[in-house]
Design a protein around this ligand. Structure first.
Ligand SMILES: [Zn+2]
Ligand SMILES: [Zn+2]
Length: 138
């Protein structure tokens, strides 16, 4: 069982995980592009029972294109999103992979491939879905 730590840019919001992720994804949806200011988001889904969160945070929720609710949690000082929760995956916390201090896990699944920027490509062995993951169990 790995102990990993994630934090915002200024360090006011931190998260500790005492278990590895069950699944790591790269999400190409347009909302992730908007939120990150980049081409896609990478997220590690860690069992909720293994996650502890410290520090100040704010949250903002939105309805995803899939119709699922997404709640983004971010530092009120520097604005970095450290994690999100989904009603679709109530047993998991989605930790933004870029927020990990070390080691950073790697994704193995691509979601919302239909909104992927044309210049982005992922390794052929990554599992790929045109929209979101089909079931929360995997
Ligand atoms: Zn911060
Ligand atoms: Zn997304």
């Amino acid at each position: 069982m790995a102990l990993s730590r994630a934090s915002c840019q200024c360090g006011a919001l931190t998260l500790e995980a005492s278990a590895d992720a069950d699944i790591c994804i790269a999400c190409n949806c347009s909302a992730c592009q908007k939120r990150t200011g980049s081409a896609f988001a990478t997220v590690a889904y860690i069992p909720k029972s293994a996650v502890s969160i410290n520090g100040e945070q704010m949250s903002w929720s939105r309805k995803a294109e899939s119709g699922r609710d997404v709640e983004n949690y971010f530092c009120p000082h520097c604005g970095t999103t450290v994690y999100w929760t989904l009603d679709f995956r109530p047993e998991h916390v989605g930790v933004l992979i870029g927020a990990f201090d070390s080691p950073r896990p790697d994704p193995s699944r691509v979601v919302w491939a239909k909104e992927k920027r044309p210049w982005v490509s992922f390794p052929a062995e990554f599992e790929s879905f045109p929209e979101g993951s089909p079931t929360p169990r995997q």
